[in-house]
Structures are given as structure tokens and as C-alpha cells.
Design a protein around this ligand. Structure first.
Ligand code: ARG
Ligand code: ZN
Length: 491
């Protein structure tokens, strides 16, 4: 028999449990979307609970005062029944915000834009978010000290979102795995141009302004979106049969000759990696020397200055590796940079310069085991967002692929690259999927090989020694297990 006090306590507990459970159960259908996309390198970027299918951005930009006015319509689908959800959006002021055409409450904290729609959004339902905003956009400073996002220049802006700059100019779900279609309309003063992704649908002059309408229907990650503005000479050639836009700042006009190599590059890469994945191509060469890098913005890379041909090859190779096949998480960055670097070397070889093997040998001989800055961090484990774009990600990442070519044979190697590009086209994939594919295509256990090249700190050695092969009947075709085949055979 319980004492009076204890009985009261038990009864109280029962009431508390009921009070806690019943109302929640009644509303259990609607939950808050997550403020994080779950990438440990950028935990605040991206959000959970919904999926964007399209961004419709209507922008007006005044370069002389760096003022941007935007109307973004974001079409999304709820993955859970949502009472609230977040977008990523930085600094700019919001004039109005609605969901399904009805004004919605919102709150801002850092880059989180927390939206509470009037009514819950049922799981599976589609909804439109409209954000009307304005202000003076500014770049994001990355963990490595570089700038990305909206970077004002002396005649416009260089807009590059890798890895976290997209929310500096439009509200978005800034997550690698949430790709979407884009319709971007930009109005600038008449003498300026605004170059974005995909097809140039329309150019409209009205009074002292000009509007450029761009359309990219292939799924695109937020960081690959751009609207680079300034003084440009704009041409629309066909490049290897693909409709293109080439925009060059007159101060960088020497770039025209380099960009004229694009047809040869696209041809070379199509034979190696498979069909070019997008409907348009080209390039934008700005005069933005303090940016310090180029970016593989989808369909149309942007260059901060007139690039050399290796850089153009690098950014074009990213269209397969990075843009069509995108990372799942940022620490897998070598799948972008190692691949684009290897492609760059293969372009050099194609031009009659060093072979990829010679490039590998030169780098391997030049950098001893004490040159940790060259070899570390290992490509598949950068150790933090500060190291996303350091030398080893690019060079050792490219060398890992060259070592793979020599290990499995040239034909199998290209089979792997083509299968990678095709199987994950317009999607996302990580290092584990790549290793699995390389093992399946080669019929070899590559665990030790990839451990040495991708994960083990320090100068790689002994990667070929303890590689065990599966029985011959598991091997796939001719290239498997063969030490090496000359690249020339494939030309
Ligand atoms: N993906 C670019 C390239 O290799 C580099 C981007 C660097 N971005 C940065 N914020 N530092 O072509
Ligand atoms: Zn790159």
C-alpha cells in the first residue's frame, strides 16, 4: 500500500505523462524542419524537411552602388509534415515573405531564415515560398580566408558560391544534395551584362536597363549558380556543336584565344568521360584579380582573369565531375578537384606535353616524404573545411587517379570514369561509391590501394604491394589486373 504522499506523486507523474504525450500526439503530424543539412564542415548550411525543385530568381542589380533587389520564388516539396522550416540567407533585408501566396511569419538568426507558414505543410505536398529582398550583398569569408558568394568588382560583381556563398545573394537550401532547376532573370544598367547558367533565353532592352533571362533545367547545386555582372563582350558561338555563351571583360580580351580551345577539350573529355552532360557551355572571363580562383559554375565556368588552357580544361572537366556528379558531403572534395586535376594533365598530354605518367613521376620524385605540405592532408580526409582547397586535394587527388590508371590499366580506368559519370549523372555520390565502382569494374580488391592514396597521411608508398586480386572469373574484361596500357592506344 502506498503512502498518501507517494500516491500523490505517482498520480502527478501520470498526469505529467498524459499532459506531455497527449497534446504532442495530437499534433505529431507537424514537426519543425531541421536548421542543418547535416554536413559536418558547414553545419549551418542546408536544412532538412523539404526538397527544392526550382528557384525562380528575379534580380535587379545596380553595380555603381552594389545594390541588389530580388524576388525569389522557391518551389519545394515537404518531406515531412512541417509546422516550420528554414532557408539559408545572409545579411540582405527582407521586404516581404509568403508561403502559398499568404504572408508568413519569419525570424532570422545568423544565416538561418526560419519560416512559419500560416498552415502546416503536409508531407509530400508542394509549396511555393516567395521572398522579396534588397540590400548591399557582400561576400562570405571562408574558413581558409578566401572570399566567395557575391564579390563586388569595379564594374559589377563576380558571383561564385563555393563552398558557402549562395545565401549571400538568394535564399536557398544551401546543400549539395538538394539540386534544383533555375530560372534567373537579371536587370542591369544597359551597358552591362549579367551572365548566368544555362541557356540565354532572352535579352530585353527597356529604357536605360537591360534584362537577361537565363534558364538552367538540369539539376544544379546552389554553389554552382552565378550571375556575374560587369562590362562584357558577349558572344554566342557553338562549341563542339553545343550552344554556348562566351563573355569576356575587354580588359582580359586575350582570353578569347584560350577559350577557343574549348571544342578540342570537350571532344577529348567526351571520349574519355562520356557525353557532355549539359545542354549549353561557354565561359565568363571577368577582371576580378583579387578573387584568386576560377569556379566551375554549371554549364559556364567563371574566371577571375584570363585563364591558361589548363585552367579552362580543369573547369570544363568539372562539368562531369562536380557539377553533373556532385559530392554528397564537402569532405569528399577530392572527387571534384582530384578528377579535374587529372583531366588537366590529360589535356596537357593531348597537347603533346608531358604524359599523365610523366606528370605523376615528376611530382612523385620532386616531393619527398618530409614535404608534408604537399602530401597532407590525404585527399579523402581533409581534416576540416579550412583544407578544402589545399594542394594535396588537387595534386595528390589527381595522382591517386593516375596511380589507379596504372594499377588497373587504362581501359578499365576509363571504364570506371565513364561509369561514374553515367551512373551518378545529375546526382550525388561519395568516395565510398567510387571505391565500390572501381572494385566492381576492375574485379580487384582496391581497399589497400585507396587506403594508401586517399586516407593514409604522408607520402604514399607500397600501394601496389599487398593488393589482392579476386579470382580471375570475377574480373571484368581486358583491362583488369593489367599493369598498364599506353594512353595512346585510346586516342
Ligand atoms: N572549385 C574551384 C576550382 O578548383 C575552386 C574554388 C575555391 N573556392 C574558394 N572559396 N576558395 O576550380
Ligand atoms: Zn577545381
Amino acid at each position: 500500500m502506498l503512502s498518501g504522499r507517494l500516491r500523490a506523486a505517482v498520480a502527478g507523474l501520470a498526469i505529467a505523462v498524459l499532459a506531455g504525450v497527449t497534446p504532442a500526439a495530437a499534433q505529431a503530424a507537424f514537426v519543425k524542419g531541421s536548421p542543418s543539412g547535416g554536413d559536418p564542415y558547414f553545419p549551418k548550411a542546408g536544412n532538412g524537411g523539404y526538397d527544392v525543385s526550382r528557384y525562380n530568381l528575379n534580380l535587379r542589380y545596380q553595380p555603381s552602388v552594389n545594390r541588389l533587389v530580388g524576388k525569389a520564388t522557391i518551389r519545394a516539396r515537404a518531406k515531412k509534415s512541417l509546422s516550420r522550416f528554414d532557408l539559408d540567407f545572409r545579411h540582405l533585408d527582407i521586404k516581404g515573405l509568403s508561403v502559398h501566396g499568404k504572408r508568413a511569419r519569419y525570424a532570422r538568426r545568423g544565416q538561418e531564415l526560419k519560416i512559419t507558414p500560416r498552415h502546416g505543410l503536409r508531407k509530400g505536398s508542394r509549396f511555393d515560398v516567395r521572398v522579396h529582398y534588397h540590400g548591399h550583398p557582400r561576400p562570405v569569408i571562408d574558413p581558409d580566408g578566401s572570399e566567395d558568394g557575391w564579390i563586388p568588382t569595379d564594374d559589377g560583381a563576380f558571383v561564385a558560391g563555393e563552398p558557402q556563398g549562395a545565401p549571400s545573394w538568394f535564399p536557398c537550401n544551401d546543400l549539395l544534395t538538394d539540386k534544383a532547376a533555375y530560372r534567373i532573370r537579371v536587370t542591369v544598367p544597359k551597358g552591362k551584362a549579367a551572365i548566368s547558367n544555362g541557356e540565354l533565353v532572352k535579352r530585353i532592352v527597356h529604357g536605360r536597363h537591360k534584362t537577361f533571362v537565363w534558364d538552367e533545367e538540369a539539376p544544379m547545386a546552389t554553389y554552382l549558380a552565378t550571375v556575374t555582372t560587369g562590362n562584357f563582350s558577349v558572344k554566342q558561338p557553338r562549341i563542339d556543336g553545343i550552344p554556348s555563351v562566351v563573355a569576356i571583360d575587354p580588359r582580359e580580351s586575350e582570353a578569347a584565344a584560350t577559350l577557343a580551345r574549348m571544342p578540342a577539350m570537350l571532344k577529348l573529355f567526351a571520349t574519355r568521360f562520356g557525353t557532355y552532360p549539359f545542354g549549353t557551355t561557354g565561359g565568363t572571363v571577368d577582371h576580378a584579380p583579387n578573387v584568386g580562383y576560377a569556379l566551375e559554375t554549371q554549364t559556364r565556368p567563371i574566371y577571375d582573369i584570363a585563364p591558361d588552357s589548363r585552367t579552362v580544361a580543369h573547369e570544363l572537366a568539372h562539368q562531369w565531375f562536380g557539377d553533373s556528379v556532385s559530392l554528397r558531403r564537402w569532405h569528399q572534395i577530392w572527387l571534384n578537384e582530384g578528377f579535374a586535376t587529372w583531366a588537366e594533365w590529360s589535356w596537357v598530354e593531348h597537347q603533346g606535353g608531358d604524359t599523365t605518367r610523366q606528370t605523376f613521376n615528376r611530382l612523385y620524385a620532386k616531393h619527398g616524404p618530409n614535404d608534408r605540405a604537399f602530401w597532407d592532408p590525404p585527399p579523402a580526409d581533409p581534416g576540416g573545411p579550412r583544407n578544402l582547397f589545399v594542394t594535396s586535394i588537387y595534386a595528390r587527388g589527381g595522382m591517386a587517379l593516375e596511380a589507379l590508371r596504372q594499377h588497373v590499366g587504362t581501359q578499365t580506368f576509363f571504364q570506371i570514369l565513364r561509369d561514374w559519370a553515367r551512373q551518378h549523372a545529375y546526382g550525388n555520390a561519395g568516395t565510398k561509391q567510387f571505391i565500390d565502382l572501381a572494385e566492381a569494374d576492375s574485379g580487384q580488391d582496391l581497399g589497400h590501394f585507396f587506403h594508401v592514396w586517399l586516407y593514409r597521411p604522408g607520402k604514399p608508398r607500397g600501394w601496389a604491394s599487398s593488393a589482392r586480386s579476386l579470382p580471375t572469373d570475377h574480373r571484368s574484361g581486358e583491362g583488369a589486373g593489367r599493369p598498364m596500357a599506353a594512353l595512346d592506344q585510346l586516342r
